[in-house]
Design a protein around this ligand. Structure first.
Ligand code: UDP
Length: 391
């Protein structure tokens, strides 16, 4: 049996790893171990539950670390211990979180091969977004196999000197995750989401959490929301507030009390997907939402100066607007009155994936590790690449 150890710690990590773990579990030659690092314990647990999964190993970081270095140091120590007690054949980390960076570092010290899911995303600036961009660059130096979600992610890796034989283009697993919840969650359970979805009129969804937007950027987006609500009397805005108090407090302070602004706690993934599907547009600094929106036909105003998810910009489903209030209000109004280039160019096919990334990664586990592990049985077929950005 091949024993891969999957290491995630945040909500998007849990959502994106779930389809891979499910595909690996179904494979007779693979015995996956799923570890959550304790970076966002409740969010990760809830996200996994949506997919009927629980972690095999749940690390506890104790009192929430207050700085990045403290978080990184504790993760490195606790993940190293878990690698030594589980003795995996390969460690798989996902994306660009502190958990992913320290998981890769711990596996390197333990001499275990590292596979990187969602490899090859890049901005032009090494410290933006901070610290994620440097995390993914560091993981690329450590990884033995780079599971790139798209053709342009593969190109980024080739430009940095990674060998083509060490790259597999798989599609982004978030598309698999979204397809799973859309198929398994026909109605909303959260009362705010249920009422917003069921009543007529335009709806905007907002999420903000990135470190570079803490304080000023998040306040500017909330003020833009209020101006937009003033100008658009039919509009309702749902802001799903990140639980980090730095984010949460600013959003509540500015938006609480407005009758058409609904500030919610983090929504269960199935409910959030239904809300995003119903929304006229989203304003967000999230990476995952940029990748999900094309599947749902929802245009996205990206509240960042740069994005590593350039496929959405090229496909005409996303637009970089930063956190400038005037710009956000103007572009949102254009979306609402149908004069934005974005609204009319919703992609037919998701440039980030086709929903079979989990199967491709499970397939890679058995084919690429076959030389070191005696297989009991394997007769699976690798699915062909189908999404526009992946060939
Ligand atoms: N999400 C969710 N509930 C919410 C808000 C977001 O399940 O209330 C999901 C969203 O669909 C996406 C992921 O969380 O899959 C994005 O997480 P986040 O924005 O925190 O991280 P990023 O994608 O920027 O790394």
């Amino acid at each position: 049996m091949i024993r891969p150890l999957f290491i995630v710690g945040t909500r998007p990590g849990a959502i994106k790893v779930a389809p891979v773990v499910r595909a690996a579990t179904e494979h007779p030659a693979v015995d996956p171990i799923l570890l959550t690092s304790g970076q966002h314990p409740e969010l990760a647990r809830d996200a996994l539950a949506t997919f009927g999964l629980t972690a095999n190993v749940e690390l506890d970081l104790g009192v929430r670390p207050t700085s990045l270095d403290e978080m990184a140091a504790r993760l490195l120590g606790s993940v190293s211990e878990a690698i030594s007690s589980t003795s995996p054949d390969v460690v798989l980390v996902l994306g660009d979180t502190t958990t992913a960076a320290m998981g890769a570092q711990a596996a390197f010290y333990a001499g275990v091969p590292i596979w990187h899911i969602e490899a090859g995303l890049r901005t032009a600036t090494a410290n933006r977004p901070f610290p994620e961009e440097m995390h993914r660059r560091l993981i690329s130096r450590l990884a033995a196999l780079h599971l790139a979600p798209t053709a342009s992610a593969r190109q980024n890796l080739l430009r940095e000197g990674v060998l083509d034989t060490e790259i597999a283009v798989t599609g982004n697993t978030v598309v698999d995750a979204l397809q799973y919840v859309v198929a398994h969650r026909p109605t909303a359970t959260d009362p705010v989401v249920a009422s917003v979805i069921d009543s007529p009129g335009p709806v905007a969804v907002v999420t903000m959490h990135r470190r570079e937007n803490w304080h000023e950027g998040i306040r500017k987006v909330a003020r833009a929301t209020l101006r937009l609500l003033d100008r658009e009397p039919e509009l309702r805005v749902v802001h799903s507030a990140h639980p980090n108090p730095i984010v949460h407090n600013d959003v509540h302070e500015l938006l609480d009390g407005h009758p058409r602004a609904f500030v919610t706690d983090p929504l269960e993934y199935g409910d959030f997907a239904l809300l995003l599907a119903r929304a006229s547009f989203a304003i967000t600094d999230s990476g995952g939402i940029q990748e999900e929106a094309p599947s749902l036909g929802t245009p996205v105003l990206v509240a960042r100066r740069e994005t590593e998810r350039t496929e959405g910009l090229r496909a005409g489903v996303a637009m970089l607007v930063g956190t400038d209030e005037d710009r956000i209000v103007a572009d949102a109004q254009r979306l609402l009155n149908g004069t934005s280039g974005l609204a009319s160019t919703v992609a037919q096919m998701n440039p980030y994936g086709d929903g079979r990334a989990g199967q491709r990664i499970a397939h890679a586990l058995v084919t690429r590790l076959a030389n070191v592990i005696v297989l009991r049985r394997f007769d699976g077929e690798e699915p062909p690449l189908a999404a526009a950005g992946m060939e």
